[in-house]
Design a protein around this ligand. Structure first.
Ligand code: ADP
Length: 554
């Protein structure tokens, strides 16, 4: 039988969640169990913080549509640390049903480096994403009701910026009209749906540091403008209390385990191409209190998740990453070397060599933050010795630490060499610095990201973005970090420009203030905040067996 992520996960023996909690030092009173293998952690009942574990950030080169194994390496690296006797925890994002039903697969790792119970985590887990969807849409309902009941705030229906959400890829809902059907059905207006992971509430939940902070951030969220173009917030609508109440359980981090019994916290799931791409601050902070080393992941390539981890999440959380791992695969390098994505299984060491420029740029980016990255070459059985040798030789010539990583096949044992290299980095003195300050002008922040992180020449704003920026400046919202929304496939804003494009100009289509999250979303290229399903959605391979088990979930 061929091993799949699902079959490996189904045959793994799980520890009762109480035992995992016990190993992690989480007392019984802080544990709220959801069945046998999942629990929520009540942070307020954790013992006082006596330590702050070191943070290892796992990022990647610009990926293929299948993903390059970041979650897999994150889990495998943590299991390897555990084998080396370290006190370690994993912190990951929660999977969204959009990609699960769409193209990419789950977000629970793969092979023998997975978090369990993978079926639950990939489907509805503990309901956090549904709670976020509900809170988001409750706000939409309150907005429409406000219009219907006389519109005391004089909210202009044409200038409502708050959208509805759904945790699914559903292009048919990108633009909708609501309130049709006559006076008793509400006020007609244009609306639209985003995927839940792009909801500002997802970002707020991931960046809030206490229930009070959550409520305050929700209150600050902008919902639109009045006829006089004055901003209207959730506070004006009086809805922050209800939204916080809807999120009270979703705000608590979830505890699960890896196949090797390493404690894992999975919480929050913003995408890194259309949102800030990191698991919740509450999860990372809890893990740092409990373990000496926390292995965490930021989505897509270092141009997306890692950049935002540095400038948004860790800045706000008041910590720096202590080490960075860049995951690379032969298949993605071949793609960057010009091979068609349907021919990536064919051996082509020359293409690997040509594609190295992409990895080189991501290494350069991490070095700009003052961190010496470690490359994890995530090995696939189809990789040839000649292809692997290309990468190893490049690393040697460029003086880049690299480990051939076999965690998909061997679990933690396949990541021991990587863990030892990361340990060496963790022992070195730190020299971390960020590339911009939030108080820099928006144009300056954009230029820094485009030139230093993407390796581009310049940035231009559409007329619409210029108008939005003028408004942002008028209201004094410009001293916020930027949350770039950009394709994950290219370092530029054009998905087809693979490898290491140069001389390109990034176009900023829109700048959207997210005052609760505390950042300005900059939409580039054609990036969509509601993705579509592919021609052959993964959902079409899924089923359920007679005994109620998942079939075809990767
Ligand atoms: P990312 O986090 O970068 O998106 P994942 O870790 O989710 O990537 O992996 C994407 C898919 O690729 C998963 O289905 C996983 O099982 C598979 N995968 C990852 N690494 C390997 C490997 N070395 N060999 C085979 N399959 C792998």
């Amino acid at each position: 039988m061929t091993l799949t992520d699902l079959s490996i996960a189904a045959n793994a023996k799980m520890l009762p969640i109480q035992e995992v909690a016990d190993r992690a030092g989480i007392p019984e009173e802080a544990l709220e169990t959801y069945g046998k293998y999942k629990a929520k952690i009540d942070i307020a009942s954790l013992p006082p913080a006596v330590k702050q574990g070191q943070v290892v950030l796992v990022t990647a080169i610009s990926p293929t549509p299948a993903g390059e194994g970041k979650s897999t390496v994150t889990v495998g690296l943590a299991d390897a640390f555990k084998q080396l006797g370290e006190s370690v925890m994993v912190a990951l994002r929660e999977p969204s049903l959009g990609p699960v039903m769409g193209v990419k697969g789950g977000a629970t790792g793969g092979g023998f480096a997975q978090v369990l119970p993978m079926e639950d985590i990939n489907l509805h887990f503990t309901g956090d994403i549904h709670a976020i969807t509900t809170a988001n849409n409750a706000l939409s309902a309150l907005i429409d009701n406000h219009l219907h009941q006389g519109n005391e705030l004089e909210l202009d229906p044409r200038r409502i910026t708050w959208k509805r959400v759904l945790d699914m890829n559903d292009r048919a809902l990108r633009n909708v009209t609501v309130g049709l059907g006559g006076p008793s059905q509400g006020v007609p207006r244009e609306d639209g749906f985003d995927i839940t992971v792009a909801s500002e509430i997802m970002a707020v939940l991931c960046l809030a540091e206490s229930l009070d902070d959550l409520k305050e951030r929700l209150a600050q969220m902008l919902v639109g403008y009045t006829y006089d173009r004055e901003p209207v917030t959730v506070r004006d609508l009086g809805a922050a209390g209800a939204l916080t109440l809807l999120l009270k359980d979703a705000f608590k981090p979830n505890l699960v385990q890896t196949i090797e019994g390493t404690p894992a916290i999975i919480h929050g799931g913003p995408f890194a191409n259309i949102a800030h791409g990191c698991n919740s601050l509450m999860a990372t902070k809890a893990a740092r209190r409990l373990a000496d080393v926390v292995v965490t992941e930021a989505g897509f390539g270092a141009d997306l998740g890692a950049e935002k981890f540095m400038h948004i999440k860790s800045r706000q959380g008041g910590f720096d990453p202590d080490a960075v791992v860049i995951v690379a695969t032969v298949r993605a390098l071949k793609m960057h070397g010009g091979v068609d994505k349907n021919a990536l299984k064919e051996a082509d060491a020359d293409a690997v060599r040509r594609g190295m420029v992409n990895l080189a740029k991501h290494v350069d980016t991490i070095r700009q933050f003052g961190i010496e990255p470690v490359v994890a070459l995530n090995r696939f059985v189809t990789d040839t010795e000649a292809e692997l040798a290309e990468v190893m030789e490049w690393a040697k010539a460029e003086d880049v630490a690299i480990a051939l990583t076999d965690v998909w096949e061997k679990g933690g044992t396949g990541g021991l060499e990587l863990a030892k290299l990361v340990q060496q980095e963790l022992e070195k003195p730190k020299n971390f610095s960020r590339l911009y300050e939030p108080t820099d002008s928006v144009e300056e922040k954009l230029r820094v990201i485009v030139q230093r992180v993407y390796g581009g020449a310049d940035v231009q704003l559409t007329d619409k973005a210029k108008k939005q920026l003028a408004e942002i400046q008028k209201f004094g919202w410009d001293a916020l970090p930027l949350c770039m929304a950009k394709t994950q496939y290219s370092l530029s804003d054009q998905p087809k420009l693979l490898g290491r494009p140069e001389g390109f100009t990034v176009t900023i289509r829109e700048i959207i203030p997210k005052l609760g999250a505390g950042f300005l979303v900059c939409l580039t290229g054609d990036i969509m905040t509601m993705p579509g399903l592919p021609k052959q959605p993964a959902a079409l391979n899924m089923d359920i067996s007679d005994n109620g088990n998942a079939v075809g979930l990767f």
